[in-house]
Each structure stands twice: as structure tokens, then as C-alpha cells.
Design a protein around this ligand. Structure first.
Ligand code: ZN
Length: 298
């Protein structure tokens, strides 16, 4: 069993790694470790997580009430407490702002596709939780559902939450999800980013069972992220509004997407001086691109 002092040193190391990779800037991000059934050790608010000191940390109870420490916990502590409540199996939570993961969510593109075998093995999928204004009660509510089934969740336009048996496991999962995002980004730039087939995914699930790996929920099978399954409504995001790819592109606010104008209307208003023939060609190309995109939610 690690001492509390060792947990502090471990979180300082994780802070250096997350900052070193560029996944937090300034005072962003927060980490926590479950010391026992009633106590959580967590990072302070307003302090740079890349340069933490041993005495910066705070101990809180399971309701978030401070037990010890001179500083104050992050306003996003509630999100950590939600993770521990939903997942009695975990011992640590890492919240960061990984660049490419967040960029995908800002662009309205999900990372839920089954593109890489090791992701099917280790994470199953990477769902995106509903947009929630940072530091509000909506943030913990937005992850309540997805964190039950997944170790890595993207917070739309905000960051990531990863959980694990200890702080390094939660950090490793963050590293993996951002790596997947990076590979996905580059393959999309090259064009023709092909997801694994349904048969390949099912084969991987079988192999992982034989290897005795923990069971993972496969996102695509639930929300049809790959466009290869016949699955119905997405069960990932509690209360999640469905967001079509067209809505994601033409509306910057997914909540105000109910009465989305047609692509033709938007194109004509954005490009008023383009000839109808060229406009028709652009619309055709955009629609083909859209068809190849994955919506945030099924
Ligand atoms: Zn944040």
C-alpha cells in the first residue's frame, strides 16, 4: 500500500507529464486519488499542475468537504466525486484538456469509431459527453452515464475525464485517447480513414475475452458510429440530444439545432457571389464529406 506522501509525489509526476505533453495550460486540469473509502486526495485550484509541491494537495471527504490542506479544491471536484460514486472499482481520476480530443469535439466529430484494435481491447470506445459549462453542476451530470461504462470520456468543448485503478492508469488512458485522436486526425487528413469492419470488431472482442481482458462496451455497436451496425438510439449520453452531422456543421450550438436551415440555404448565404453551378458542385462535395463523417452522437 502506498503512503499518502507517495500519492502526492505520483500526482506531481502526472502533473509534469500532462503539462509536458501540452494537455493542460496555466492552472487547467485536476487530479484525484482515493486514499480509502472516505477520503480523496486532490489537486488545488489556481495552481499550475505542472509545478505542484508536496504540500499543495487537499484531502476531502466523499461529499467534497475539506478535511485537511491549506489550499482549496477545484470547482470541478464534483466531477471526480461522481466518478468514484459511479465506479467503485477505480482509485484515481485525471481531468485534462487534451488538444486533439477537444478539437474533435469542437468540430462535432466523434472519436467513437472503432479504428484501432488496441482501442477496442483497452477502451471499447471513447464517448463524448454532452456540452456542460465548466465548473457548473452540469459537468458531473453530463458524465454520470458514460463514465459507468467507459474509462475515457471527452467533455464537449472542454476536455477529458479518464479513470483507473491508480493515478498512472488514469494518466495512461489519457495518453492513449489523445494518441488515438492524433492518429485519427492524421488519417482523416490523408483521407479514407476506414473503421474496422463489424466482423473485425467482433473478432477482437472474442480475442480480448480469451485473453481475460476486462469486458469493454463497444461504442459503435450501440450508436452506429461506424455506420456499420443496425443499432438504434445511442445509450451513451444520458439525456443526450441527437446531433446529425449536418446540424453539427451548420450550427455552432447543438442545442439550437432544432430548426437547422438546409445546406443549400447556408451555402447560398455564406457564398453569395458564387455561380449556381459552382455552388452546386461545392454542396455536392460538402455532402460527400459529411456522409463520411461520424456524428458526435448516434
Ligand atoms: Zn477543465
Amino acid at each position: 500500500m502506498k503512503t499518502e506522501y507517495q500519492h502526492r509525489l505520483d500526482m506531481m509526476e502526472v502533473g509534469r507529464r500532462v503539462h509536458g505533453r501540452g494537455w493542460i495550460s496555466s492552472t487547467d486540469g485536476n487530479f484525484s486519488v482515493k486514499l480509502d473509502a472516505n477520503r480523496i486526495l486532490t489537486t488545488p485550484t489556481g495552481v499550475h499542475k505542472g509545478y505542484l509541491s508536496v504540500d499543495d494537495f487537499i484531502v476531502v471527504d466523499m461529499e467534497g468537504k475539506k478535511i485537511s490542506g491549506t489550499r482549496n479544491p477545484s470547482t470541478e471536484l464534483a466531477m471526480h466525486l461522481t466518478c468514484y460514486r459511479q465506479r467503485p472499482d477505480i482509485g484515481a481520476v485525471v481531468h485534462a484538456h487534451p488538444t486533439i480530443c477537444v478539437a474533435f469535439s469542437v468540430s462535432g466529430i466523434a472519436l467513437a469509431q472503432c479504428l484501432l484494435p488496441e482501442v477496442v481491447f483497452t477502451l471499447g470506445g471513447i464517448p463524448t459527453a454532452n456540452y456542460a459549462p465548466p465548473s457548473t453542476e452540469e459537468v458531473p451530470r453530463s458524465i454520470e452515464g458514460p463514465i459507468k461504462d467507459y474509462d475515457a470520456v471527452i467533455l464537449e468543448r472542454h476536455g477529458s475525464v479518464t479513470v483507473g485503478k491508480d493515478i498512472f492508469a488514469a494518466y495512461n488512458t489519457l495518453e492513449r485517447m489523445e494518441h488515438v485522436a492524433e492518429i485519427t486526425f492524421h488519417s482523416r487528413m490523408l483521407g479514407n480513414a476506414k473503421p474496422l469492419s463489424n466482423a473485425q470488431v467482433n473478432e477482437l472482442v472474442k480475442i480480448s475475452k480469451n485473453l481475460g481482458l476486462p469486458e469493454r462496451k463497444i461504442t459503435c455497436n450501440d450508436c452506429n458510429a461506424c455506420g456499420k451496425h443496425s443499432g438504434g438510439a445511442c445509450s451513451l449520453v444520458a439525456g443526450g440530444t441527437s446531433m446529425s452531422v449536418e446540424n453539427a456543421l451548420v450550427s455552432t450550438d447543438s442545442r439550437a439545432a432544432a430548426s437547422t436551415p438546409s445546406v443549400e440555404k447556408v451555402a447560398a448565404s455564406v457564398l453569395p457571389n458564387v455561380s449556381p453551378e459552382l455552388l452546386a458542385l461545392i454542396i455536392r462535395e460538402v455532402k460527400a464529406e459529411l456522409a463520411a463523417m461520424t456524428p458526435l452522437r448516434g
